[in-house]
Design a protein around this ligand. Structure first.
Ligand code: NAD
Length: 258
C-alpha cells in the first residue's frame, strides 16, 4: 500500500519505539518524512530503517520549545511546500508517587513535553493544513489518559489533556477539513517501558506483562503505528475528534481483582 505517496508527514519522538515504527511505515507507504526528536542517534537509527531514496528531514529539538517548533515548520514548508500529516508522539513518563508527595517541577516538565509540545505543533502546523483544506493530525495519548493506574499522576493528567486537546482541536479545525484524532496505546515494549520489561525478564515474569489485557499480551510498536497510519490516512476520512484505544482490550473490562 502507498497511501501516503506525495504526502509529507511530521513525526515527533521519531527516534525510538512507536514514533520510529510510525515514521518507517510512513516512508514505506510513500511519504516524505520529517523526523523530530531530541536524540540525534535515535533519528539516525530511524532513517537507516527507511527505504532507500525516501525524502527525509531530521531535526534535533525539544518539542516543548515554541521557537524551535516554529523554525522547524518554516523549514518543512521551505523544503517540501506542504504538510499533510502531523503525528504528535514524543512523550516522557515519570515517577509514580502519591499526589501528596509529587514534585511540582516534574509535573510541569511532563505536561510541558506531553501536552504543551503537542499543542505547539498543532498551533504552528494547522494553518498550513487549513489553507489547503486538508490534513490529518494524530496525537499519541495513552490508556493512562482514560483510566488511572497505568502511569504516574502527572503522566495520566498529561495524557487526559492530550485526549481533550484532540477533541477541541478537531472542533476548531474540522470546518477546514483538518482531522484530529488520538491513539491510546496500552503497554508496549519501547524505550519508555524498557526498565519494566528488563526487570520482568530478570524475574522470569515477562509472560505476565500484558496478561490483564483481553488479548493476554503486551503490544509491539508496529501495532500502534498501524493505528496511527490508519487515522492519518484517507481510510479514516470521516473520523475526527476520536481517541482510539489500541490496548489489546485493556480498557474494555473493569479488571477487578480476583
Ligand atoms: P520511547 O521512549 O521509545 O520514545 C519516545 C521518543 O520521544 C524518544 O525517542 C525520546 O527521545 C523522544 N522525546 C521525548 N521527549 C522529547 C522532547 N521533549 N522533544 C523531542 N523528543 C522527545 O517511548 P514510546 O513508548 O515509543 O513513546 C511514544 C509515545 O507513546 C509517548 O507519547 C508515550 O507516552 C506513548 N505511550 C507509550 C506506551 C508504552 O507502553 N510504551 C503506552 C501508552 C502511550
Amino acid at each position: 500500500m502507498k497511501r501516503f505517496k506525495g504526502r509529507v508527514a511530521i513525526v515527533t519522538g521519531a527516534g525510538s519505539g512507536i514514533g520510529q515504527a510510525s515514521a518507517v511505515r510512513f516512508a514505506q507507504e510513500g511519504a516524505s518524512v520529517v523526523l523530530v526528536d531530541w536524540s540525534d542517534v535515535g533519528l539516525a537509527g530511524t532513517e537507516s530503517l527507511m527505504p532507500e531514496g525516501t525524502p527525509v528531514m531530521r531535526r534535533v529539538m525539544d518539542v516543548a520549545d515554541e521557537t524551535a517548533v516554529a523554525e522547524l515548520v518554516d523549514a518543512v514548508i521551505s523544503t517540501f511546500g506542504q504538510i499533510d500529516v502531523l503525528c504528535n508522539n514524543a512523550g516522557i513518563s515519570g515517577s509514580h508517587p502519591p499526589i501528596t508527595e509529587q514534585d511540582v517541577a516534574e509535573w510541569r516538565k511532563i505536561l510541558d513535553v506531553n501536552l504543551i509540545g503537542s499543542m505547539l505543533f498543532i498551533k504552528h502546523v494547522a494553518p498550513y493544513m487549513q489553507v489547503r483544506k486538508q490534513g490529518a493530525i494524530v496525537n499519541t495519548a495513552s490508556v493512562a489518559g482514560i483510566r488511572s493506574g497505568a502511569g504516574g499522576n502527572a503522566y495520566s493528567a498529561s495524557k487526559a489533556g492530550v485526549i481533550n486537546l484532540t477533541q477541541t482541536a478537531a472542533c476548531d479545525l474540522g470546518g477546514d477539513n483538518v482531522r484530529v484524532n488520538a491513539v491510546c496505546p496500552g503497554l508496549v515494549e519501547t524505550g519508555m517501558t524498557q526498565r519494566i520489561f528488563d526487570y520482568a525478564r530478570e524475574q522470569e515474569k515477562a509472560h505476565k506483562l500484558g496478561s490483564r489485557c483481553e488479548l493476554r499480551r503486551y503490544g509491539v510498536p508496529e501495532e500502534i503505528a498501524a493505528a496511527i497510519l490508519f487515522l492519518a490516512s484517507n481510510d479514516a476520512s470521516y473520523i475526527t475528534g476520536q481517541a482510539l484505544a489500541v490496548d489489546g482490550g485493556n480498557t474494555a473490562s473493569l479488571n477487578l481483582p480476583g
